[in-house]
Design a protein. Structure first.
Length: 463
């Protein structure tokens, strides 16, 4: 099944794609089902009350990830793609004061967060670590409709029925150059005479015109770079109670002051790469607009790598940003399809590791790498994130997440550079590395998969 670059990269709101964007999308889908009425339970009256139960990782780290807020806003009709923070605050205040929620094109319904939003700390639902059950009840207490959703990473959402149904590879649009593995992708570049980005663009045309593709890619980069700039200007303490102070602005100002000094160490370039990523992830932690790339927790790696390319690589041109994003999107789609990008499913190797692989591939592409070198770059970056756990302190996407994006971007740049020094031949294939990540995530203890029940989350005081 073809995954578009616009599936892998989505404009959304922080701090988490699986815990914020996914539940908000799930709530929106539930509202659509209520309007449609096809799954209404026979004999039930009109919906008068809404209830949500959060399970697994959504329960254990939901408060730190603002999942409760996301669900409420989703049930009120908000969408992550055009999120209005000021209006959201007003709506949340009104719902809290009245105990009523007014979804678009549906009757006003009762919703008391203390009663109707349940954090269930029992066993997770069977389909995925990120599960939520949404239900509507009539005025007599009869169940009107109920649906189980899984937030499977990167803002992707499935119902329980969709999750349990065997995947049909013929689903979705027919594309001219289908590929299921990296090996197939690289082989297609040889037989079709196209780059990875060229193949991805040709497949995107099954969904939209070139003008729409270009406009969509331009918007993605605009949101990314605006996020960097906001983060570089931001100050203060991040929300959530850990009292994490924003650092990007101070680091950036010191780097600017050092420019032109003859004694600046060469490794200072790593600080430039890091500060761009830190800026993005401080914005994400503050609940601001970011691009899911491929997740919110890893949203700084790719923007930082592109900004490094544009601002620090001689001969770099903004005209190559679409090539970067299309290449990265193709690699991200394969990781998503053949393993996972969900921290709750495979740990942070699936988030920052995937982002680093995508960023390394994109950078190698715009620096003139061959498809074999691009694959090698992505494999190096992913290989050296294998086994990375997801253990956010206090369930917040702050520590170790913010710095981890900086190091992920540095690894991406190093991986691309190392791959470009070779001829593309390498021992470990990217397909083998993706499968290893899947197996490692399957075997990883659930305490280290976005539950905040192990690792740094229990060894560092959260106050």
């Amino acid at each position: 099944m073809f995954l578009s670059v616009f599936d892998i990269f989505k404009v959304g709101v922080g701090p988490s794609s699986s815990h914020t964007i996914g539940p908000m999308v799930a709530a929106g889908r539930f509202l659509a089902a209520l309007r449609d009425g096809a799954d209404r339970i026979p004999g039930a009256g009109e919906p008068a009350r809404l209830v949500c139960r959060l399970h697994g990782s959504l329960a254990f780290t939901g408060k730190g990830h603002a999942t409760d807020r996301a669900v409420i806003l989703g049930l009120a009709g908000f969408d992550p793609g055009d999120f209005d923070a000021r209006r959201a605050a007003e709506v949340l205040e009104r719902i809290a004061a009245t105990g009523r929620i007014a979804p678009p094109d549906l009757p006003e319904m009762a919703f008391d967060a203390a009663r109707d939003l349940v954090f269930d700390y029992g066993p997770p639902l069977p389909g995925h670590a990120n599960g939520l059950v949404l239900s509507a009840w009539d005025a007599r207490g009869n169940l009107h409709m109920q649906e189980t959703y899984y937030s499977i990473g990167g803002g992707f959402v499935q119902t329980a029925r969709e999750h349990d149904r065997p995947r049909d590879e013929a689903e979705g649009p027919a594309v001219p150059h289908p590929f299921r593995t990296v090996a197939e992708l690289v082989a297609l570049t040889r037989t079709r005479g196209l780059t990875i980005a060229g193949l991805q663009r040709a497949n995107e045309r099954a969904l939209r015109s070139d003008a729409e593709i270009d406009a969509g890619l331009a918007r993605l980069w605009a949101v990314m770079t605006e996020c960097i700039d906001r983060g570089l200007a931001g100050e203060g303490i991040l929300p959530g109670g850990l009292k994490v102070r924003r650092r990007a602005r101070a680091i950036h100002e010191r780097l600017l002051a050092e420019r032109g000094q003859n004694l600046t160490a060469p490794h200072t370039i790593n600080d430039w790469i890091s500060v761009y990523a830190i800026a993005v992830n401080e914005e994400n932690a503050a609940g601001a607009q970011v691009v899911t790339a491929p997740t919110n927790g890893a949203s700084g790696v790719i923007p930082a790598t592109i900004r490094y390319y544009l601002d620090h690589v001689p001969g770099a041109t903004r005209a190559k940003v679409p090539e970067f994003l299309l290449t990265a999107g193709a690699i991200g789609a394969l990781i998503k399809s053949n393993a996972s990008i969900s921290g709750a499913e495979v740990g942070c190797q699936g988030e920052v590791g995937s982002a680093a692989a995508m960023a390394a591939a994109g950078l190698a592409a715009v620096l003139g790498g061959t498809p074999a070198q691009i694959e090698n770059a992505a494999e190096i970056a992913l290989e050296h994130h294998l086994g990375m756990t997801c253990d956010p302190i206090a369930g917040l996407v702050q520590a170790p997440c913010i710095e981890r994006n900086g190091l992920g971007a540095i690894k991406a740049v190093s991986a691309a550079s190392l791959a470009l020094r070779g001829d593309g031949q390498h021992l470990v294939s990217l397909d083998a590395c993706i499968e290893t990540m899947r197996q490692t995530g399957r075997d990883m203890d659930s305490r280290y998969k976005e539950t905040s029940l192990g690792g740094l989350a229990v060894n560092v005081p959260a106050c």
